[in-house]
Design a protein around this ligand. Sequence first.
Ligand SMILES: Cc1cc2nc3c(=O)[nH]c(=O)nc-3n(C[C@H](O)[C@H](O)[C@H](O)COP(=O)(O)OP(=O)(O)OC[C@H]3O[C@@H](n4cnc5c(N)ncnc54)[C@H](O)[C@@H]3O)c2cc1C
Length: 383
Amino acid sequence: MVSFDAMDTHSDVIVLGAGVIGLSLAFELAQQNLRVSVFDIGLAFSGASSAAGGMLVPWTEVHEPNALQQLCTDSFAMYPSYVSRLQRYGNVTLRLSGVLEIAHTAERMAEFERRATALQDAGIDAHMLHMNDLADEEPLVAHDALGGLLTRAGGCVANRELGHALHAACAANDVALYEHVASPEIVHDDERVIGVRIGGALHAGTTVINAMGAWANNAIGVPTSCAIPVSPVRGQLISLRTCDETNLRRVTWSQGIYAVPRGDGNIDIGATSENVGFDVRNTKEGTLGLLDAARRAFPTLHESSCFRAWAGLRPATPDGWPILGKTPLDGYLLATGHYRHGILLAPITASLMAKAVVTNDYSELTPFALERQSLHHASEVVC
Ligand SMILES: Cc1cc2nc3c(=O)[nH]c(=O)nc-3n(C[C@H](O)[C@H](O)[C@H](O)COP(=O)(O)OP(=O)(O)OC[C@H]3O[C@@H](n4cnc5c(N)ncnc54)[C@H](O)[C@@H]3O)c2cc1C
């Protein structure tokens, strides 16, 4: 962390928020030889990015072949090289062992059949598993399941390791990171952004990027035309400690929960989805609900102890898509609203946003622009 006394007087780009989006963007911009400063009102990587399950599952949650699915697909394809770039700054564990979804009803099996066909048509390695194959593929799954959908492309990244590596990558590339700052005020004249004011000191910047996650709409000083429909959706998770031989082979969805094997004997189980404002506390109902669902989905885990429970705030938008690119205020940009996919989407967000900043061409970001219709006409965030 840099002290305020050592603060630069001018940055090419100021990033507000040091989550996975802000840090990956800062790293990318710094690699383009831009002078970058990042300000966070808390500790870097302590928001949703640290709380997340770390799943990289481009086709499990987005089923329609649309621009968001393409963004997820492209970002997933970038992950191996992205992680290799970061490995020189810190170890990042990437496990691409696929994703398994379990069905307990005939309707769910029919849905999986349709999705398997669509995925295969798109050239993705996905296939149905019937009851008898399930036990071979994943011995921990409850025997009352009817079958499942196995998508070989998918997996998880150790998101807290990713945070440490991004932190180190930013430091090594001369990004100035300021943590625990007072709330920045965005300063502008009639035409464009000038910088940010923090605790009375003006820090000038040509471009200011709001990467404040669930807090993105709390930006101070911006015109009302720059209001962003981002709101927090709380997700609670628990972690079960198992012995290695009872660990899951891959990310598995069943009984309304997902289980992410962390490779160290721990399995993260998530997640609730709640509209409770900025409250990041765990609740008894949330923890016990996850524990109960985990024991129904994976009965042999019944002796595992729940050793940790935590929660984070997903930055949700009314249509569930991120908001990337320009605002009506010249020089003030957005990289937020990544909702359930921010870990997955970090590499592509950083790459496309950095390219747009450098070239001043935002056309690739059009589907995710603030002015898109679906952002303002969807009635409410669907949890
Ligand atoms: C329970 C849960 C499970 C998830 N699982 C997955 C998953 O498996 N895969 C996946 O891809 N995604 C997952 N997500 C979603 C993912 O975590 C988010 O989309 C992503 O972390 C958002 O990153 P961010 O950098 O925008 O926000 P954050 O990580 O929340 O960072 C925002 C930062 O902004 C800072 N900030 C706030 N206000 C200000 C201000 N005024 N000025 C400066 N800084 C400010 C905060 O302190 C914080 O550090 C999950 C999320 C949750 C909560």
